[in-house]
Write a protein that binds this ligand. Structure first.
Ligand SMILES: Cc1ncc(COP(=O)(O)O)c(C=O)c1O
Length: 256
């Protein structure tokens, strides 16, 4: 439901459910947003999630499967990949489970429930992401987020300093000096990426936003000086493109 590299997220409201053919099982990777919003379980047949973002330590994976799909594995499915194997545990162990990871995840879930559970984390997630995207949008000539507003991830906000990409390295270094680490985008989608999983306190994003405002003031984007000839060249390029696209020029009017 959430894609960390490009920073978009489907919600159950905006996901195109009608595109899933009838009778086809719906399998969902919720690794990065499980625990951050309520789930309508009627929508899913299988949900899986690496625990490492919102739930617990890396090394454990949560798999939630409709009972009707158990005992149904193809004969070529290796025993350790057949969910029925685990469903039959602890009667039949085929391996030693990562007990420490599972234990810590359980303890963390209980802790999150004591703090207010899904309702609290859903609300926090909304506050954090709204605060950050509002700042980015209000400074859109500096910080540019190209993700469609209706699908922006609440847990991975991705933006760039498009006016001067060299400022991004400075941004990352200054963040590190303030102990705000890992704000660099994924190698497949360079830029800046702010991850705000359940463990991130709202205050962390408040501090980040303060830093971002200050950074913007201290590092204005230097616009290249445009000479008359540059401007004339740009205007001519646009005119040629329009002409090639079939535009007709009549005094100061352009028609197609
Ligand atoms: C939605 C989603 N699935 C899978 C993964 C992969 O997790 P791992 O880091 O264990 O490879 C990630 C990690 O970013 C993710 O966000």
């Amino acid at each position: 439901m959430n894609e960390t590299v490009n920073g978009f997220e489907f919600t159950e409201e905006n996901f195109p459910w009608h595109k899933i053919p009838k009778g086809v099982a719906t399998v969902c990777d919720m690794s990065s947003n499980i625990g951050s919003r309520p789930i309508n379980w009627d929508h899913f047949d299988v949900v899986y999630a690496g625990a490492q973002k919102n739930l617990g330590p890396t090394g454990s994976t949560v798999i939630i499967v409709k009972e009707s799909l158990l005992n149904n594995a193809d004969k070529d499915v290796p025993i350790m990949c057949d969910w029925t194997t685990f469903e039959n545990s602890p009667g039949t162990y085929y391996n030693t489970p990562p007990v420490w990871c599972i234990y810590v995840m359980g303890a963390n879930m209980s802790y999150q429930n004591q703090l207010g559970g899904i309702e609290k984390f859903d609300k926090d997630c909304e506050i954090r992401s709204k605060m950050l995207y509002d700042l980015v949008d209000s400074a859109s000539d500096y910080y540019v987020c190209r993700v469609n507003k209706g699908f922006r991830s609440r847990v991975n906000a991705i933006f760039r300093i498009e006016g001067d990409l060299t400022l991004e390295d400075k941004f990352i270094k200054e963040c590190e000096a303030l102990k705000m680490v890992n704000v660099k985008g994924h190698p497949y989608n360079p830029g800046l990426r702010i991850c705000m999983y359940n463990a991130m306190p709202i205050e962390g994003v408040v501090e980040l936003c303060k830093f971002m405002r200050k950074f913007m003031e201290e590092n204005p984007i230097k616009l290249p000086k445009l000479t008359y000839f540059d401007a004339y060249g740009v205007a001519e390029t646009i005119r040629m493109s329009l002409w090639k696209a079939g535009a007709k020029f009549d005094d100061d009017r352009v028609t197609f």
